[in-house]
Design a protein around this ligand. Structure first.
Ligand code: VAH
Length: 317
């Protein structure tokens, strides 16, 4: 059975239903640190409230449900982590270490999401290699590169099956944005479908890797189902789908919604974070070792985001 921590977050709230469809509703246990919001993966299925730093609680869950794979998604994203670095260290690092120890003792495999945030200003920003300089200057990035190295250590030291990817900015419509630097690329759609002007918090020319959520979810499933013997990078494959600037996304949306207007109101905190990240990763290792292949580009993602948000009209906050 599968345990998903951080199950009500941006990634978790879309991964849980997909895993439940694939492996059976009662074989996927969702866990969050608070009560499940009603509109998150409305289908039924086990939901537990836990803190990922609570070793006893995690151990009890793993035993209660005979868990053998943990998707450990619980973390504070980049902007929130900069506002509260001590909490972010506790959740992102002590939470990971706790889950790794439970996985070690109970022979669970583990998925760990890293991020473009695991790179820093001295990382080559274009065609960023799979193995390169990683000196992030954000607390979030420090927890991600430390998390990658800790996972790799547990693979080597304890022969565990731990896998992960470095996600670019994820664009989705099922949960409102939650404290990320790339979230302008989500917020913009909510404004566009309501025909409200959008004030972009990153400046023109800020190029970042991005991916549509359906591609991100498929990448997780395909990586976890791939033949482990083919995987030479443990932990965290570069994967990307597109790389664009705010003005490129704005122009693409305007093709569908000509009346939409955007201005810039730069947030220095998130601009500094974005400026420290690469512009375009090289994901050839993922393509070669487990067949990664994105399906959505900026055009098809934009069309689908607008269509889905229009459908969910009532949900648009
Ligand atoms: C963030 N969306 O902005 C997350 C992600 C690649 C960015 O880590 O913090």
């Amino acid at each position: 059975r599968i345990l998903v921590t951080g199950a009500t977050g941006q990634l978790g709230s879309e991964l849980v239903p997909v895993l439940r469809d694939k492996y059976g509703r009662n074989n996927v246990v969702a866990a969050g640190h608070s009560r499940k919001p009603d509109d998150v993966f409305i289908d039924s299925g086990p939901y537990e409230i836990i803190e990922t730093t609570d070793s006893e609680a995690i151990t009890a869950l793993v035993k209660k449900y005979s868990i053998d794979i943990i998707y450990h998604l619980a973390a504070l994203l980049s902007a929130r982590a900069e506002e509260n670095p001590q909490l972010a260290w506790d959740v992102n690092m002590n939470g990971l270490q706790t889950v790794l120890e439970v996985a070690r003792h109970h022979h669970c495999a583990l998925f760990f999401p890293s991020s473009i945030g695991a790179f820093g200003p001295s990382t080559p920003p274009d065609n960023t290699p799979q193995v390169t300089i990683q000196r992030p200057n954000t607390l979030y990035g420090i927890t991600k590169v430390a998390g990658e190295l800790l996972c790799e250590y547990y693979v080597k030291k304890y022969d565990m099956d731990i896998r992960g990817v470095r996600f670019p900015g994820l664009i989705s419509y099922k949960t409102p944005p939650g404290g990320g630097t790339t979230d302008y690329a989500v917020e913009i759609f909510y404004a566009a479908v309501k025909n409200e002007p959008y004030r972009c918090f990153l400046k023109e020319g800020t190029r970042l890797d991005m991916m549509y959520m359906p591609d991100a979810i498929r990448a997780v499933v395909e990586l976890m189902e791939s033949d482990g013997r083919m995987l030479t990078h443990r932990n965290a494959y570069n994967i990307t789908a597109m790389s664009f600037t705010p003005e490129q996304l704005y122009a693409t949306i305007k093709k569908e919604l000509p009346h939409f207007s955007m201005t810039y109101e730069v947030d220095p905190l998130r601009q500094a974070i974005a400026d420290s990240w690469p512009r375009k990763m090289n994901d050839s290792a993922a393509r070669a070792e487990w067949g990664w292949q994105p399906a959505y580009d900026i055009g098809s993602m934009t069309k689908d985001m607008i269509e889905q948000l229009r459908k969910e009209g009532s949900h648009v906050t």
